[in-house]
Ligand binder design. Structure first.
Ligand SMILES: C[S@@+](CC[C@H](N)C(=O)[O-])C[C@H]1O[C@@H](n2cnc3c(N)ncnc32)[C@H](O)[C@@H]1O
Length: 280
């Protein structure tokens, strides 16, 4: 197994584990902190299958500023439990199509269950890695993704794949974690990698990577910089539907003191960004 495959396996194991908890103890069950941090409205969440919301591990709402149109084909990279697939499917309508790609079997099973519960017919969840998408070239109008590209050990491959599958004029709008000046101890920590911290690149590297793959007008459209309290929330498993905190991504198993140390050292260095680009 290559080093990259080892990293993908560790990430996949972490997300397979993360959804093996009681359905009503999901990480992001729609309580105030999560929805406002992620940018979903309470109404949007209320209309979704409970298990799609309760097993959401995103760090934004990529559809919030996407201007997705009826009839379009949308591709979600690392679609997880399917929250954004279902939201996108409602927006593109019955003439449109939504495809999700994820590498984790348990996540795909959960996603397919949530798609069935939504009653929508225009969504397909495919197994695959985002570095080699099981999607035809020039077939997608809009690529979305929520907190996933940071988890890829081969981001340039992902950027090239996004370029390949987009139709000419197609767009990408992703919510993802980006970072600046992470300390060396954090970058080599696999638990922090799986929780969307250690693999995060800078905004500059993100925009350059997209441009190098051939995409134009790459820009950061929005950002939410995590202060210490938000970072604490990000790294804390959510235990109660009433709790104010919600972890996004797979939260690492940390003692309170370790979490406090990490929070103190990383506050202001990682944030959620909404990144746009277009295929010429
Ligand atoms: C942080 S979760 C986000 C899930 C979903 N986007 C959401 O907002 O709830 C990351 C998801 O991406 C998937 N994933 C991570 N790296 C991947 C890769 N290289 N190829 C395919 N799927 C990947 C994981 O299996 C997991 O379901």
């Amino acid at each position: 197994m290559s080093d990259q495959d080892e990293i993908r396996k560790s990430v996949s194991d972490a997300y397979g584990q993360a959804i093996k908890k009681p359905a009503d103890k999901g990480c992001c069950s729609g309580s105030g902190t999560f929805s406002s941090m992620a940018g979903y409205s309470a109404e949007e969440l209320a209309a979704l299958p409970k298990d799609a919301v309760g097993n959401s591990f995103g760090c934004g709402n990529p559809l919030a500023m996407s201007e997705v149109r009826e009839g379009e084909t949308v591709l979600d990279l690392g679609s997880g439990g399917g929250i954004d697939l279902i939201l996108a499917a409602k927006k593109v309508g019955p003439q449109g199509k939504v495809i999700g790609v994820d590498m984790t079997d348990d996540m795909l099973a959960l996603c397919r269950k949530n798609i069935a519960a939504s009653g929508l017919q225009n969504i397909e969840a495919r197994k695959g890695i985002i570095e080699k998408l099981p999607v035809d070239s020039n077939s997608v109008d809009l690529v979305i993704s929520n907190c996933v590209l940071n988890l890829s050990p081969e981001k340039d491959r992902v950027f090239k794949e996004i370029f390949r599958v987009l139709k000419p004029g197609g767009r990408i709008l992703v919510s993802d974690i980006v970072a600046k000046d992470l300390p060396a101890w954090a970058v080599i920590n696999q638990n922090l990698y799986n929780s969307c911290v250690a693999g995060a690149i800078s905004e500059e590297d993100y925009l350059q990577g997209l441009a190098k793959a051939g995409l134009k007008n790459a820009a950061v459209r929005d950002r939410l910089i995590y202060d210490a309290a938000m970072l604490q929330s990000f790294l804390t498993p959510k235990l109660s539907d009433e709790g104010a905190s919600c972890s996004c991504c797979a939260p690492p198993a940390l003692s309170d003191s370790a979490r406090e140390k990490i929070t103190a050292q990383l506050a202001g260095k990682i944030w959620s960004a909404k990144i746009y680009a277009q295929k010429p």
